[in-house]
Design a protein around this ligand. Structure first.
Ligand SMILES: [Zn+2]
Length: 376
């Protein structure tokens, strides 16, 4: 086990963090669809009236150019989203709605991620002006299900992928790591980078669950073999299982890869009260995942960009996103006790989830590629 991945209580406390806002995101009008504008509005309203707002760096999204999106998606796909918007509303797949404003909003959502990359790398500011250690893009629609040529699962353009390619091609970042803790597998991100040895994709997701991909044997292809790391979490997994997975696999693998930028696909839909999953993560769990990620980036001396993916309980999402920012910054977490259960796994509720056999399977699947940093 990598003891270096275990944060101490005061380790690198109070890193500088903040948000990238997306004004006008409600122009992606999905009505009462689970992925609706009230989600992000509730998060921003809560943060603005909360105790930490003044400490945050606050940026606004810019629009990506078509050329930025085209680093990741086919022209045919970009044109389709544009045309479906113009003639909208249209369903682009069974659960993904495109309204007349969608094209512009999802272009700006990708642009938010690019602006965050600029900021955490210092590319947007003169030498000497402090850069944030991390930024959380409060954006919608989400992106991680979008493949190079297909919209699905509420996603049109893959913002994490666009940001990764932007960092590589415009800012000279050689290797990028993408950590996806959304409860659904980031099939789009995997699809885009599975043959690319310069981008590591690590995903923690409930399995089985939509979209059905993300099993252990999906480990990358061609030159990217070994650089797709899937951790299919049994239904009912909570804080203990997710943090055990981070400490025993995610952290050591990310650190060994040695990226120049860490992008987190931050979906908080693995929360115990989320309507779209059956995981048992609590606010404290998301705080801890964010803290571990931020400390990892700190040790590597790299910036961290989080892009908002899922999270569909509007009552709990503000606290969850606040917890992510708290973890990034090192803000003490006592204020979250109200919503935090002890460890929060179903195992604690007397409902074993078969975690030990599963983590053994994960370690066995990854040993051929990462054996030098994995134990057990
Ligand atoms: Zn999700």
């Amino acid at each position: 086990m990598s003891t270096a991945a275990k944060p101490g209580p005061d380790a690198a406390a109070h890193r500088r963090t903040g948000v990238v806002l997306l004004p006008g995101h409600d122009e992606h009008d999905t009505g009462d669809h689970p992925e609706n504008s009230a989600r992000i509005d509730a998060v921003v309203d809560s943060l603005v009236s909360g105790p930490d707002w003044d400490s945050f760096e606050v940026l606004e999204a810019r629009s990506a150019e078509v050329a930025d999106i085209a680093r990741v998606h086919t022209r045919a796909h970009i044109d389709l989203i544009h045309d479906y918007s113009v003639s909208g509303p249209n369903w682009v797949d069974g659960d993904t709605l495109v309204s007349p404003g969608t094209f512009g909003v999802t272009m700006r959502a990708s642009g938010a991620a690019m602006a965050a990359v600029d900021a955490v790398t210092g590319a947007d500011r003169p030498a000497g002006r402090q850069r944030p250690d991390s930024l959380f893009c409060l954006i919608r629609p989400p992106g991680h299900h979008a493949t190079a040529d297909r919209a699905m699962g509420f996603c049109m353009f893959n913002h994490a992928a666009v940001a990764a390619r932007y960092a590589q091609e415009e800012l000279g970042v050689e290797r990028v790591a993408i950590l996806d803790w959304d409860v659904h597998h980031g099939n789009g991100t995997q699809d885009i980078f599975e043959s690319d040895p310069s981008v590591l994709f690590v995903s923690l997701h409930q399995w089985p669950l939509y979209p059905g991909s993300g099993w252990l044997d999906e480990t990358g292809a061609g030159e990217g073999r070994g650089l797709t790391v899937n951790l299919p979490m049994p239904p009912g997994s909570g804080n203990f299982e997710y943090l055990d997975a981070f400490d025993r696999v995610v952290g050591p693998v990310l650190e060994e890869f040695g990226p120049g930028l860490l992008i987190v696909s931050a979906g908080q839909d693995g929360h115990i009260a989320d309507p779209l999953s059956s995981q048992a993560l609590t606010v404290a769990g998301f705080d801890a995942l964010a803290l571990r990620s931020a400390l990892l980036a700190h040790r590597l001396g790299i910036g961290l960009v989080a892009v908002h993916e899922g999270g569909y309980n509007i009552e709990t999402l503000p606290a969850l996103d606040h917890a992510v920012l708290a973890g990034f910054s090192g803000i003490p977490t006592g204020r979250f006790d109200r919503l935090s259960g002890p460890r929060g796994s179903t195992a604690d509720r007397g409902d074993p989830v078969g975690w030990e056999p599963r983590i053994d399977q994960v370690l066995k699947a990854q040993k051929p590629f990462w054996g030098r940093v994995l134990e057990g």
